[in-house]
Design a protein around this ligand. Sequence first.
Ligand code: BGP
Length: 457
Amino acid sequence: MIKFPEGFLWGAAASAPQTEGHSLTNGKAPTTWDEWFKLNPEKFNNGQGPQNTSNVYEMYQEDVRNMPKVGLNSYRTSISWARLLPDGKTLNQEAVKFYRDYFQAMLDNQIEPIINLFHFDMPWWLMEKGGWENRESVADFAFYAKTAFEQFGDLVKTWATFNEPLVHIECGYLYQFHYPAIVDFKKAVQVGYHTLIAHEYAVREFRRSGIEGRIGIILNVLPAYSRSESVEDIKAKEAADLLNTYSFLDPAVLGTIPEKLIELLSYNQLLPDTQVDDKKIIAENTVDFIGLNYYQPRRVKAPSKVHHPAQMPSDLYESYDWPDKKINPYRGWEIYPKALYDVAIMMRDQYHNIPWFVSENGMGVADEERFKDDNGVINDQYRIDFMKEHLEYLHKGIEAGSNCFGYHVWTYVDCWSWLNGYRNRYGLYSVDLDNGYQRTMKKSGLWFKQLSNNNGF
Ligand code: BGP
């Protein structure tokens, strides 16, 4: 039997925009998702937009009561900035009440709330002035963070500033999956830089607030593996890790931006605008913990043509189609559990073994209804196998001394997934969109409960 350390967090992750619904009511202002859906509904799978998602705004009491039934002892979600501060300045009292009740319900059910501030949901009023392209966004975010700490700091002891900052950067400014869906490497770097500084300011607000607890950041990690050991392929791997992994991990944990990243950006004329005291702020505001969302590795090879200066990341590294890969055909992502061991070792050796947890891991599958058994339960054995394989490697990492304190599955209750709408389902509970959002536990929910009860499997 594989046993995890005492007090290990077994939980699930989600976000406000993907679960709450009520996206244009109860005082909430629109985000880029609401506005983009208005402009281009055809981009969204099946016309499923952000308005209703999984109706947590109404169903949170029931949801929280069900959490212990699948063994959760912790839960991450986010606060919607546009709900809490609809114009960026004025508190929406109804939102304060909603989040206070929601977090209190978690505490009443022995669920540790892990609350994140930004999960791809840029308020429209801020997007209209350029979003993260505009340096003003940093102060706006710091004000929001401060407000959240003041309003909920007595209930929430574990905070995160951003979820996967790399994703809103690359999806918004390189690959067109998020608004404003433009392709501009230079802007992407500037947006990334302001996001980083916004994170640093939020950490500073947290320290200044004096509230008890810990603060971190949730990053997506796709560890790069090179096609070969050739100098060119290794160089591609290094560029991929610098841009995508060390770019946020180094400043967040070590308080510095990697010199090699600065060289790479400078060589490609991509350096962002900065301010004099930024360096000091980065150095002084390191985090208490890291969350790492892991789904898939990044296979890379040397670019086939070299463009200088780079116009796209593919001018620095190209993706490599590894012939031996195992794939989740619904999401198109490679399944490679061993990477979790490698990540654990990276945290141990490169990041002074800072406490960290797997903040997302999971498997999105389409048309899960077809796996229903005679009792109406979705038999998602594939998801159980997926989690087991990943946990085995995570456990090896912990045995090797890595300081991992938890594992959160994505997700608890099936949720809305950006342009993919409700196509791929990830939940331990299914959601019936045609029948009042009714929740039904899947087989994986039962398995997760045993996992958590036994603190292993
Ligand atoms: C992560 C995000 C989540 C979630 C998950 C699954 O990148 O933090 O918001 O959506 O991936 O991915 P997807 O929904 O694209 O299938």
